[in-house]
Design a protein. Sequence first.
Length: 44
Amino acid sequence: MTQKLGIGAEFPAMRIPLVGGGEMSLPDGLEGKYKVILFYRGHW
């Protein structure tokens, strides 16, 4: 993805590996009407 998401833009489908193993499918893996996704790169 090379462009930022704009207001009302659809979040692209992707699979993200989880720290404890397995993976999560976004945005399908989230429940509810409102969704917030925060990506944190961790400590370098």
